[in-house]
Design a protein around this ligand. Sequence first.
Ligand code: UT7
Length: 336
Amino acid sequence: MIRAAVLAGLGTYVPSRVITNDDLSRILDTSDEWIRSRTGIAQRHWAPPGTATGDLAVEAGGRALKSSGSGDVDLVVVATTTPDHPCPATAPGVAHRLGLNAVAAYDIAAVCSGFVYAMASAAGAIAAGIADRVLVIGAETYSTILNPEDRTTSVIFGDGAGAVVLRAGDPSEPGALLGHDLGSDGSLKDLIIVPAGGSRQPVAAVAASGDRPAETYFQMEGKPVFRHAVTRMVASSEAILHRAGWAPESVDWFVGHQANVRILHAVADQLGIDRDRTVVNLDRVGNTSAASIPLALDDAASRGLLTPGDRVLMSAFGGGLTWGSTALVWPEIVTG
Ligand code: UT7
């Protein structure tokens, strides 16, 4: 029998510092009205300077372990666009700080699709018998890569972390991930990019002046990204609905990557899912990239929206370009 990956725990963390749209309007040529109407975002959390992604990951990971009722896992996967260092990966340090001793640990870099990619990777490890319990964390400190002078990106992204524990189980159990659809289109890699800091453009090559070079900041071409996000999330969601044997109207909650409420509604409309069935928490946390889906799950669970037995469709889209979807029936869990 195939060993399924079953949701056994969920925990999240956002830094306490809240940045409102009005805060940003004081330093950028923007307004609360523009940000709310174009994105749905009212505020986001930015970690205090000196905070690294691993710090947020440890908080969320610890809560997910507690929620799962056991501190034991044999693999830690961290999805992030903002790792603590170019080398080594963030996951081994997070595993160490969580007291997980010698477990396997690695990062996944799939930008805003990172969490869905990481869950698929964890499910693969479980199916192959490589791991019995996996801690999957999506964590980001976008505040460290946002160009403070770029109003097209600074108003969108926030910091945060979300984590789940996946355990080996039966495909028919509530909480079992019902398949994975993943994809990418590298011909469009420049639409979402931090140009410098990797091997193609080392920081030293652009760091001639004392100021931080613009090439080390996150850059995004919003308009084409919006279009591709809708098209890819719709197609990927349809693939998963087909695999799960679910009609769109039978989905209780669509938990999409929290990039823009207009994207979420466009995807829901095209899938034939009622907009009221779309989980939205980006108004309070902004776009938290790899942390987005677990933060939305936790928000919906703690608001009492997600109840055991609900059919949940998850879909994400991000830099790469990358996209991915999965689905599950919501299990009995106490979130952390
Ligand atoms: O998470 C990974 C995936 N990311 C996404 O899915 C993001 C997808 N893209 C989007 O969500 C939207 O494209 C944005 C929210 C980024 C932008 O919204 P838009 O409706 O596509 O606006 P736009 O880029 O077409 O800009 C419209 C106008 C422009 O002015 P002109 O050329 O019409 O005079 C911009 O310069 O709004 C201007 N603008 C702003 N104005 C006030 C751009 N950013 C701002 C701003 N405040 N922050």
